[in-house]
Design a protein around this ligand. Structure first.
Ligand SMILES: *[C@@H]1O[C@H](CO)[C@@H](O)[C@H](O)[C@H]1NC(C)=O
Ligand SMILES: *[C@@H]1O[C@H](CO)[C@@H](O)[C@H](O)[C@H]1NC(C)=O
Ligand SMILES: *[C@@H]1O[C@H](CO)[C@@H](O)[C@H](O)[C@H]1NC(C)=O
Ligand SMILES: *[C@@H]1O[C@H](CO)[C@@H](O)[C@H](O)[C@H]1NC(C)=O
Ligand SMILES: *[C@@H]1O[C@H](CO)[C@@H](O)[C@H](O)[C@H]1NC(C)=O
Length: 573
């Protein structure tokens, strides 16, 4: 047995090495192609974007089936966020010219009256414009409320760099008015329905909510830095409300973020993986409140998402259940044949590279009951706990995860045609490129995944230490104050938490269970407002260094009264 394990590991290491060298070589050939691919699609000088005004990003030069010769606020902002990250990390001054042109182009576009409204009546939610900065007036899925959030995030990233480099005047006089229009729109409209980033479903969308939250946090910090204090408390209040709402997309069983509240699909969608990479903050650790790439929720979600494509694409047939596969937008997709996309496959790798960066920084990796299924792909005998970087478990897992991540880049590489052009999709049956050629976002996604693989991290945006109360989403109906007391003897390092069947009791989610007070040890206590006249089930759990121990079955149960306060005195079972 032991000899078998040793030789299996040896084999694994050899194939991981081969994978890694394939990917190394793809990164070195594709990087300049992807960079040139992005620049070719930006006016006025881009070689494939003739007719686009300066700083305007075309989605793709394709004009028929599909016609993508338009500029989308979302795509443009994600693309320029990457160029701004490059510039602020020491990139060339020609990027600076382009960034300034982008800012001017977007400031113009903000003012264009369009089918969603004027600048002050909802027009900022318009998703796409003509490349000469006029309105697109055809039928479309509008509004799309992620655009203003992503645009402000891109421009704020630039603004923060300018402030750090002694150019606050330009930020205050030129950038702030543009940023503020978008942030006011986000603060006032985040709680209205929106078309999702795929422009198909009108409901609430996880990606949109998450990037709105990020924009408000960054906006509040920037406003504070430049003395625009009148907006700070409003942005903070709304950011906290948005963060609370963001928690409601988590679907504890089987552990994924439901991408859209409408649409009648499984809810499994690359929307959520893109959220994880576009709201990554290297200083936020593995925080699950903001769904950081290494958080247990985002890893569980990633597995659910990836696995949903294993059996539906012919190109994935014969690939082992713990190996990388081609992934698309969502399993039910039929658009242009419903194929894998380069940018979604790369996003999986990017989330994993981001996670590896954070584990390395913190010198450990934690496996919770929520992320156990993800990690057991790489070690079936793994148990929950925290593994320091000095342990062999940590090395085994991180080596395997690096190789798994490389596998997704290798998948994109395998189906990149000679010449390196990246279309929107690659065929589910044979991997040949499908749909729009030279998709700007595909190229940008290659640049961001390559950067993450090289350990490059974007600037922090203030996600560190954000919390929400587990009861923030309970509605405003009548509540009863319930005091829970449980008599339980613990050892040092163990804590007792409460979880149960309603939102205020974390909906059985152990990662947001309520920590009880040991002030009257051995009685542990907490008081929670619960909906009145409601049948509640609950359990106490013990958590020691990430390891969760549940009380034995059955669940504790009671029904809340109509009003007032109740006390429950329990003994651990
Ligand atoms: C585009 O070309 C014009 C004319 O050569 C030049 O002035 C301008 O700086 C170029 N724009 C960028 C972003 O390089
Ligand atoms: C903008 O481009 C559209 C589509 O090519 C064209 O119909 C329109 O006349 C242009 N408008 C201006 C002001 O150039
Ligand atoms: C500040 O940045 C803007 C935008 O690039 C630039 O036009 C301006 O010259 C800069 N001002 C100073 C003082 O560096
Ligand atoms: C608005 O916010 C409430 C409370 O967070 C939430 O229940 C509701 O679904 C939200 N609606 C939309 C469209 O965002
Ligand atoms: C619960 O225990 C507390 C003391 O820990 C006591 O004051 C209270 O009367 C008890 N309540 C019930 C309903 O047993």
């Amino acid at each position: 047995m032991r000899r078998f394990i040793v030789s299996a590991l040896g084999l694994c290491a050899a194939s991981a090495w081969a994978q890694s060298s394939t990917v190394d070589s793809y990164v070195s050939t594709e990087s300049p192609i992807a960079q040139a691919g992005v620049l070719a699609n930006i006016g006025a000088n881009g070689s494939k974007s003739s007719g686009a005004l300066p700083g305007v990003v075309i989605a793709s030069p394709s004009t028929t089936n599909p016609d993508y010769l338009y500029t989308w606020v979302r795509d443009s902002s994600l693309v320029f966020k990457e160029l701004i990250d490059q510039y602020t990390a020491g990139g060339s001054s020609s990027l600076r010219t382009l960034i300034d042109e982008f800012v001017t182009a977007e400031a113009n576009i903000q003012q264009v009256t369009n089918p969603s409204g004027t600048v002050s009546t909802g027009g900022l939610g318009e998703p796409k414009f003509m490349i000469n900065e006029t309105a697109f007036t055809g039928a479309w899925g509008r509004p799309q409320r992620d655009g203003p959030a992503l645009r402000s995030t891109a421009i704020i990233t630039y603004a923060n760099w300018l402030i750090a480099n002694g150019n606050t005047t330009y930020v205050t006089n030129t950038l702030w008015p543009i940023i503020k229009l978008d942030l006011d729109y986000v603060a006032n409209n985040w709680n209205a329905t929106t078309f999702d980033l795929w422009e198909e479903i009108d409901s609430s969308s996880f990606f949109t909510t998450a990037v709105q939250h990020r924009a408000l946090r960054q906006g509040s910090a920037l406003a504070t830095a430049i003395g625009q204090t009148s907006v700070v408390s409003g942005y903070n209040t709304q950011a906290q409300n948005v963060l609370c709402f963001l928690q409601s997309y988590w679907n504890p069983s089987p552990g994924f973020m439901t991408a859209n509240t409408g649409g009648g699909r499984s809810g499994i969608d690359a929307n959520t993986v893109l959220t994880s990479i576009h709201t990554f903050d290297v200083n936020a650790g593995c925080d699950a409140t903001t769904f950081q790439p290494c958080s247990d929720k985002a890893l569980s979600n990633l597995k659910t998402y990836v696995d949903s494509f294993r059996t539906i694409y012919t190109v994935n047939s014969g690939i082992a259940a713990n190996q990388a596969v081609a992934t698309g937008r969502y399993p039910e997709d039929v658009y242009q044949g419903g194929n894998p996309w380069y940018l979604t496959t790369f996003a999986v790798a990017e989330q994993l590279y981001d996670a590896l960066i954070v584990w390395k920084n913190q010198g450990s990796l934690t496996v919770t009951s929520t992320s156990l299924g993800f990690f057991q792909q790489f070690d079936t005998s793994l148990t929950i706990g925290t593994y320091a970087s000095s342990t062999s478990t940590y090395s085994t897992l991180t080596t395997a995860i690096k190789s798994f991540a490389d596998g997704f880049v290798a998948m994109g590489a395998k189906y990149t045609p000679s010449g390196g052009g990246l279309a929107e999709q690659y065929s589910r049956s044979d991997g040949t490129p499908v749909s729009a050629v030279d998709l700007t976002w595909s190229y940008a996604s290659a640049l961001t995944v390559f950067a993450a693989r090289a350990g490059v991290t974007p600037a922090s945006w203030g996600a560190n230490g954000l919390t929400v109360s587990s009861s923030c989403l309970t509605n405003n109906g009548p509540t009863v104050s319930v005091e829970f007391n449980v008599d339980v003897t613990t050892v040092l390092g163990e804590n007792i938490y409460l979880t149960g069947s309603v939102g205020a009791l974390s909906n059985w989610d152990t990662s947001t269970a309520i920590l009880m007070s040991s002030a009257n040890y051995p009685v542990w206590s907490t008081t929670v407002n619960l909906p009145a006249n409601t049948a509640i089930q609950y359990k106490y759990i013990q958590i020691n260094n990430g390891a969760v121990t549940w009380e034995s079955d059955p669940n504790n149960a009671f029904t809340t009264g109509a009003s007032g306060a109740q006390t429950l005195n329990d003994t651990w079972r």
